[in-house]
Design a protein around this ligand. Structure first.
Ligand SMILES: [Zn+2]
Ligand SMILES: [Zn+2]
Length: 366
């Protein structure tokens, strides 16, 4: 694939063998950590400080000075005498990591020097007509996913949120149709695949899932594009990959919904990161949600997609329910021939992310 999409064009890094690279790097970090700790011990005796400041004091004189300058001696007028000297054990503050990311109840605590963290940038799917110049939409950033090296590709794929997974884009006869049956498209069509460096990683967890890669591998072989392989997504951990940072890879689901994604960063986990393993993978940043407004009124959010309708100059138009019913239906019958599909907007997707009842929301919107 790199013969066609040159890594230099994307300013991509070389292939990084994540496991081997970070095992070496964590050894270096471990050694420097130990050195720092032993340095601190020496500093606590005060000799290092005295040397740095160029002061000639005995150890006894230094301790005396430490006592005199102690922060405990700093008091203010009217200070209550019953101030607690130490913070009680059970108190929880926002700065405590356990409070922000409760570790005990959810998963193991991650080792700061040993665990790898990988960032992936996902882009929105966009339609493109091959053969027509400038017919495609622009590629836009959708969100960033943070995952651990020990996470499988299927766990990462399950974190991906796309409106195509919310509801089925199935043609309906009118706007009175019950959309509840079309919700949770992922349950109807669970197939998904991730393409990284010539290998299709397919999701085989559901018996209803189909292998997207078979036809593509055959086609690529016939066209002499390359010899691609397929593997199982749920058995592949991120640690085992050797991706290029910044190079585009593809996630496919719901037939032809394709998302470009890149590995944007790989590093050892820090104290300031979430240290609870069960919180990964997770979405850490989202792009601004943009809803498509109704083509006619421009006030309400779009709820329907109209295709191939002679009453509009465009092939595809987005409408709200009220405008769709008043302009294209008389007594429940279509006034002209067109294809009608439900449209699931950004609000639905955000609610889906937050775990809100999406079916209930659809009923409320319509
Ligand atoms: Zn999608
Ligand atoms: Zn409208």
């Amino acid at each position: 694939m790199e013969k066609i999409y040159d890594p230099k064009c994307f300013r991509a890094s070389d292939h990084i063998p994540i496991k081997e690279y970070f095992e070496e790097y964590s050894k270096v970090c471990d050694t420097s950590n130990k050195k720092c700790k032993s340095k601190k011990k020496k500093c606590s005796s005060g000799t290092k400080i005295l040397q740095e400041m160029g002061i000639n004091l005995s150890a006894r004189e230094f301790r005396e000075m430490e006592n005199i300058c102690s922060l405990d001696k700093l008091t203010i007028a009217d200070e209550p005498s019953t101030m607690p000297a130490n913070v009680p054990e059970k108190i929880q503050t926002k700065t405590k990591l356990d409070y922000v990311y409760p570790v005990k109840s959810s998963g193991r605590k991650l080792n700061v020097v040993k665990c790898k963290q990988i960032l992936e940038k996902m882009y929105r799917p966009y339609s493109i007509s091959y053969g027509q110049k400038n017919s495609g939409e622009k590629m836009r950033f959708a969100y960033e996913i943070e995952a651990l090296g020990t996470n499988t590709l299927s766990q990462v794929a399950d974190t991906i949120v796309c409106r195509a997974n919310i509801g089925l884009y199935k043609e309906v006869p009118n706007t009175d149709v019950d959309l509840g049956a079309l919700m949770n498209a992922k349950e109807h069509y669970p197939s998904q695949s991730i393409f990284i460096d010539g290998i299709f990683y397919n999701d085989t967890r559901s018996p209803n899932a189909i292998d997207y890669s078979v036809k593509i591998i055959e086609w690529a072989h016939e066209k002499n594009i390359g010899k691609f392989k397929s593997e199982i997504m749920e058995r592949t951990v991120l640690n085992s990959l050797t991706p290029r940072l910044g190079y585009p890879y593809v996630y496919m689901h719901q037939g032809n919904c394709e998302h470009i994604f890149t590995f944007s960063d790989a590093r050892l986990i820090q104290v300031s990161d979430c240290l609870s393993s069960k919180k990964y993978p997770r979405i850490v940043s989202l792009s601004r949600a943009t809803n498509i407004m109704c083509y006619i009124c421009g006030v309400s959010h779009s709820q329907w997609i109209i295709m191939k309708c002679s009453k509009f100059p465009q092939e595809k138009v987005f409408l709200c329910t009220a405008c769709c019913n008043s302009y294209l239906f008389v007594d429940g019958e279509k006034v002209v021939d067109f294809n009608l599909y439900p449209y699931y907007d950004e609000e639905l997707m955000t609610r889906h992310l937050n775990g809100t009842d999406v079916e209930g929301l659809v009923a409320a919107v319509l």
